[in-house]
Design a protein around this ligand. Sequence first.
Ligand SMILES: NC(=O)c1ccc[n+]([C@@H]2O[C@H](COP(=O)([O-])OP(=O)(O)OC[C@H]3O[C@@H](n4cnc5c(N)ncnc54)[C@H](O)[C@@H]3O)[C@@H](O)[C@H]2O)c1
Length: 262
Amino acid sequence: MTHRMQGKIIIISGGAGGIGSAIARRMADEGGTIVVSDINIEGAQALAKVLGNDSSAVHFDAYDQASIEAMVQFAVDRYGRLDVLVNNVADTSLTYVDKTILDTDVATFDRSIAANLRSVFIATKVALPHLLANGGGAIVNISSAAALFGDSWLVSYSVAKAGILSLTRNTAVQYGKQGIRCNSISPGFIAHGKAREMMADTMKSVLDVSHVTRNGAPEDVAALATFLASEEAMFMSGENVICDGGHAMAAASWRTGELKLV
Ligand SMILES: NC(=O)c1ccc[n+]([C@@H]2O[C@H](COP(=O)([O-])OP(=O)(O)OC[C@H]3O[C@@H](n4cnc5c(N)ncnc54)[C@H](O)[C@@H]3O)[C@@H](O)[C@H]2O)c1
């Protein structure tokens, strides 16, 4: 294991969840001190305990501006600075009411934009002065493959995640010369926890139309997030990296009849 996060102070929003906790574990394994921030404070605390490196947990609510500000302030008060922000949070509970345009309430759309996009804007806005005070830093935003191609049912989520792509580019362009790098990741279908059993059929159909030999795991996104946050990725900024086992590309080929699966 390399130590690319050695000595870095890292906030991971939604850090108690499936992908967030994998990013936290990977970055801590590589020497980082993690602030696990989540509305699920018990989960965040339990994770922080096992991460080591003086990692800690803080309660935050992505719908609440003051709470997002407090998350960043907590890290700076406790450690004296901030090096990396991973905007990973999403309110995935909205998945059940976020459908097609005609079937989705305006209230659901508003909530999705608030939790999944507005919160990322606020966290970035509040963290930037601290990153700049350090002479620079890295921001990794977790978007989604849904942002790139539309989605057959999650309209609000797709739109919010597409906004993250633009926010990523704006952050990179506006603050790059001051030492800020900002990149995003668009994961494809990443099952974890109980969903792995409940969504076995979906996992199989995704794998059938992919260019790899297994389904994606949170650790795949974590490895990429750690690279993008590290100095190895110094020449990457404003980029979005798809992490989906080639599913989107395979699905496109499938539709045009170019893909011959064996
Ligand atoms: N799992 C996938 O297939 C997939 C695919 C593409 C993108 N993503 C993105 O990856 C990121 C992580 O997804 P995941 O699958 O780990 O989701 P998850 O639901 O397991 O984790 C989300 C975390 O955010 C926390 N959270 C929810 N609402 C919150 C709020 N209002 N305030 C603060 N914290 C809150 C939850 O407690 C949870 O710990 C999300 O941005 C998601 O959109 C996931």
